[in-house]
Ligand binder design. Structure first.
Ligand code: NAD
Ligand code: UGA
Length: 469
């Protein structure tokens, strides 16, 4: 029986390994993590992350061929294939701070693998890493161990949160990069055999190591670039009377462009787009390519511009001040169907409104009060680091209340900001909401999900992204 161990039981390690276990009954999969509460949660009835369909997959295999454990070294030593899926956040200090990837967690995992291994291993980069990381990891792994062969593969993950299980069941592609040596090719084939249990062969792409590492950064940069492009157009739409949804549709029907991922929004969030682009920018700078670096930097700059543009619009339309006004924030997660708030645009929007002395009443169906308060008191980039490096949760922040439903959030408010596209916000009884609000009642739809005409008939003043008033 092939034994797989995955270091890192997070948003990627947990779901990815659960699906491998489900699809490969002959493989034993153990997910290990140094965070005991996280492992306990994976072993409990309440999983540590919210992801549609995940509970079901875990229930089917946990205790059979899927295990979660804090005995990191033991399981690493026993395994044939070791996935490393630890966090690779943006560095907050030192050389490359604010841009470069922090590989501390990766390096410590690699050193541990080198220390405890007693047999040959295939070590798989699952985390998103800078191109050429495998070279450094190889040097760490082979440093002390005479006689043990470590073969490194790059197998970046392309799942998106909220659709992780669907993405893993039916991936557009699986990418495996390896050395162009007999050992490298043998390792590629071993990993390809695992995926071939459910992924059609033509969708398993095999490349050299550096292409695989760079393809992951490039894929996220291209995806984020589409959003910044459409968001840049949304600003022009607002100034000209064009409607960004009509523009997106017109562009997207060109088969060379395609219709997906062209929704204008308050800005992209999530743990990876910004981090990976900044990392790409840093790599370009280090390789003496400032023009290329500046090109990609602009994607993040437009995203920051979109968030501050949203805040400015709220304040300027509410008679240039939101001081002491109650603003309802509907949605805090970075997208629907996840409780993840890493780099969510809601953080910047809320901080912007608080800067103008607004009172915020926040509701999100999946994000806890504790998490929201932590996010609003944390510095940029700290979020993706382990919890012991994060500030203790404040019991409260003046001017912020976290409430249990959308009606409570909107009651007596002067304005509503929709920041996450949760389906339940489309279905609210907006007449009831309007009746309970201060007048004039404003809606700022940061996700373009409401029927603006219907709301205007009720009496709301509605601002959508990139649409005429
Ligand atoms: P995460 O923070 O949710 O999980 C990482 C886990 O690794 C944490 O639980 C942490 O405790 C653990 N860890 C860190 N160092 C460890 C060590 N030395 N030994 C054992 N455990 C250790 O992160 P994530 O969202 O799962 O992302 C992991 C990687 O995958 C990142 O590089 C990210 O860029 C990439 N990625 C993420 C997504 C996503 O949707 N979140 C998608 C594709 C790729
Ligand atoms: C993204 C990629 O889609 C995954 O392929 C990749 O594996 C992952 O990053 C990663 O490397 O972490 P994710 O961040 O989970 O996945 O979610 P997306 O669906 O890509 O959304 C990212 C952000 O862009 C969200 O805030 C979303 O609301 C926003 N978005 C997305 C838009 O504003 N408009 C769109 O048209 C699409």
């Amino acid at each position: 029986m092939v034994k797989i161990c995955c270091i890192g039981a997070g948003y990627v390690g947990g779901p990815t390994m659960a699906v491998i276990a489900l699809k490969c009954p002959n493989v034993q999969v153990t997910v290990v993590d140094i965070a005991e509460p996280r492992i306990n949660a994976w072993n409990s009835g309440t999983l540590p992350i919210y992801e549609p369909g995940l509970d079901d997959v875990v229930k089917q295999c946990r205790g059979k061929n899927l295990f979660f454990s804090t005995e990191v070294e033991k399981h690493v030593a026993e395994s044939d294939i070791i996935f490393v899926s630890v966090n690779t956040p943006t560095k907050t200090q030192g050389l490359g701070a604010g841009k470069a990837a922090d590989l501390t967690y990766w390096e410590s995992a690699a050193r541990m693998i080198a220390d405890v291994s007693k047999s040959d291993k295939i070590v798989v980069e699952k985390s998103t890493v800078p191109v050429k990381t495998a070279e450094a990891i190889e040097r760490i792994l082979t440093h002390n161990k005479k006689g043990i062969n470590f073969t490194i593969l790059s197998n970046p993950e392309f799942l998106a949160e909220g659709t992780a299980i669907q993405d893993l069941f039916n991936p557009d592609r699986v990418l495996i990069g390896g050395r162009e040596t007999p050992e490298g090719q043998k390792a590629i084939n071993a990993l390809r055999d695992v995926y071939a249990n459910w992924v059609p062969k033509e969708r398993i792409l095999c490349t050299n190591l550096w292409s695989a590492e760079l393809s992951k950064l490039a894929a996220n940069a291209f995806l984020a670039q589409r959003i910044s492009s459409v968001n840049a157009m949304s600003a022009l739409c607002e100034s000209t009377g064009a409607d960004v949804s009509q523009v997106s549709h017109s562009i997207g029907t060109d088969s060379r462009v395609g219709p997906k991922f062209l929704n204008a929004s308050v800005g992209f969030g999530g743990s990876c787009f910004q981090k990976d682009i900044l990392n790409l920018v840093y790599i370009c700078e280090c390789n003496g390519l400032p023009e290329v670096a500046n090109y990609w930097k602009q994607v993040v700059k437009v995203n920051d511009y979109q968030k501050s543009r949203f805040v400015n619009r709220v304040v300027s339309s509410m008679f240039n001040t939101v001081s002491s006004k109650k603003i309802a924030i509907l949605g805090f997660a970075f997208k629907k169907d996840t409780g993840d708030t890493r780099e969510t645009p809601a953080i910047d929007v809320c901080k912007g409104l608080l800067g103008d002395k607004a009172r915020l009443s926040i509701f999100d169906p999946q994000v806890t009060e504790d998490q929201i308060l932590k996010d609003l008191s944390m510095k940029k980039f700290d979020k993706d680091h382990p919890s012991h490096l994060q500030p203790a949760s404040p019991t409260s922040i003046k001017q912020v209340s976290i409430v249990g439903d959308a009606y409570e959030a909107t009651k007596d408010s002067h304005g509503i900001c929709i920041l996450t596209e949760w389906d339940e916000f489309k279905k609210l009884d907006y007449q009831k909401v309007f009746d309970s609000m201060q007048k004039p009642a404003f809606v700022f739809d940061g996700r373009n999900i409401v029927d603006a005409d219907k709301l205007r008939k009720i009496g709301f003043i509605v601002y959508c992204i990139g649409k005429p008033l």
